[in-house]
Design a protein around this ligand. Structure first.
Ligand code: GUN
Ligand code: ZN
Length: 460
């Protein structure tokens, strides 16, 4: 394969901005005139245009002007079969599942329905600038197959798995622990590390799992230690009080997953709103991750995630951030940043006695965009593959038009950078803050996967 280059203005991260209090810009890398060199879908060089171009004479170069180029967004928690129940009115988690979600997810037993939905799912991801996601499927293997197959056709990085439930769902939706085990095993063999697909052993949540189902997950993880584990944890107060009754002998929610050997690196629990300090400490020590899903948490009224606690440097918990579509009401990680900022400010406003924790709740553009790129990759343990523009990584990126959106955004942005665009890292960060707080998906101009443009706004 011959190499090709992208010339433009780049913004990515080399470190965690929560480690750089008061000098967050040190975590970012901003190249006003940069060059990204790609070969066979991977980044082989990256740097200032003048210097980098010299190392690659006769390189074919695509110029991208008047835009900010960022690593593709990473959605740590999304439900493939819930696109059609986006914006379902009026319920909190447990009744919402029964009334809206399970009836829709049942339709994914039909392969044609699942295949059509998979196309729409990836179209929506790409239009939102999302290039990697960790997804739930349904209890029916065909839905998982169609999702992995479509990801393979688009060459997109996907972490997903058959989603097990054997309690508290309609009888026709549930599957036994033994069939979950057998189907998961077959799917792991067929899809894990095929192309860019990665397999996550996926018990839907401990409240919907018998000890037998969790034991099947334990066996799967023991037999396939390279696989990921994806689930929900401590999302809603009714769920939390019911779950310890369903699993007697476990002192708290996390203890259930610990009991079955599921925590540790590559484990993600979605939400974690009601985790105790002790649970946060155990998550940090074991290298487990939480996925913060503010759109969903506000939409269902589940609560406010304690971001300042999770990012405490004395026991830092790995995080990814996710939409949690369809409880989250949009595919956009820009929308997630918008709501994350507001959740953080609500927390910060109540922590007068703990000013440092209050401060850690504030989602600056550095913290926000790190969280949906390199930070999310670290949370999902895929930072060796994606998350920034380091040579060796896969060339997934998003091209943002910082002026596109409501006319109020265009006017706001002109206060920060004129026609010539941003010339400093802080200017670029301020434009990005405008995009996340005032803008929307209209800012996503192009989305590139493995060095190929797969989405262009308006189909231009
Ligand atoms: N807990 C168990 N299943 C689900 C789901 O589909 N969405 C959310 N938000 N929480 C869950
Ligand atoms: Zn979820």
């Amino acid at each position: 394969m011959t190499a090709h280059g992208i010339r433009g203005t780049f913004f990515d991260f080399v470190d965690d901005p929560w480690k750089h209090v008061g000098r967050e810009a040190d975590s970012a890398r901003f190249l006003v005139d940069g060059l990204l060199v790609i070969e066979d879908g991977r980044i082989i060089d990256f740097g200032i245009y003048e210097e980098t171009a010299r190392r690659h004479p006769s390189l074919a170069i695509t110029p991208i002007r008047d835009r900010l180029i960022l690593p593709g967004f990473i959605d740590g928690h999304i439900h493939f079969p819930q696109t059609r129940v986006l914006g379902a009115f009026g319920e909190q988690l447990l009744p919402w599942l029964q009334r809206w979600v399970f009836p829709e997810e049942l339709k994914y037993e039909d392969r044609d329905y699942a295949r059509d939905a998979a196309r729409r799912f990836f179209d929506n991801l790409l239009a939102a600038g999302t290039t990697t996601c960790q997804a739930f499927t349904t209890s029916a293997p065909v839905a998982t197959e169609e999702l992995f197959d479509e990801a393979g056709r688009r060459n997109m990085r996907l972490i997903a798995g058959l989603t097990g439930i054997d309690r508290l769902a309609p009888a026709e939706y549930m599957r036994s622990a033994s069939s979950f085990y057998a189907d998961s095993k077959r799917l792991i063999e067929r899809y894990h590390r095929r192309g860019r697909n990665l397999y996550a052993i996926t018990p839907r949540y401990a409240l919907g799992a018998t000890p037998e189902l969790l034991d099947a997950c334990r066996r799967l993880k023991q037999e396939h230690p390279d696989c990921w584990v994806n689930t929900h944890i401590s999302e809603d107060t009714s769920e939390v009080s019911a779950v310890v009754e369903a699993h007697p002998g476990c002192a708290d929610y996390l203890a259930i997953y610990e009991k079955y050997g599921l925590t540790g690196p590559k484990f993600t629990g979605g939400h974690g709103i009601w985790l105790s300090d002790d649970e946060f400490g155990r998550l940090a020590r074991s290298g487990s991750a939480i996925c913060f899903c503010p759109c969903s948490n506000l939409f269902l009224g589940s609560g406010l995630f304690r971001l300042g606690r999770a990012t405490d440097p004395r026991s830092r918990v790995r995080l990814s951030w996710g939409t949690d579509v369809g409880a989250g009401n949009r595919f956009s990680l820009l929308g997630v940043l918008d709501e994350a900022y507001k959740v953080g400010m609500c927390n910060a406003g109540r922590l007068h006695d703990r000013p440092e924790e209050a401060e850690r709740n504030k989602v600056s553009p550095y913290r926000g965009f790190w969280s949906v790129t390199l930070g999310g990759a670290e949370g999902l343990y895929v930072d060796d593959l994606v998350g920034n523009f380091e040579p060796g990584k896969e060339a997934d990126f998003v091209v943002l038009d910082w002026k596109a959106g409501p006319s109020s955004l265009t006017w706001r942005q002109s206060l920060i950078a004129g026609e010539e665009g941003p010339t400093t890292v802080d200017q670029a960060a301020d434009l990005l803050f405008g995009v996340m707080m005032v803008g929307d998906d209209r800012a996503v101009d192009e989305t590139w996967i493995m060095g190929k443009r797969l989405y262009r706004k308006g189909g231009k």
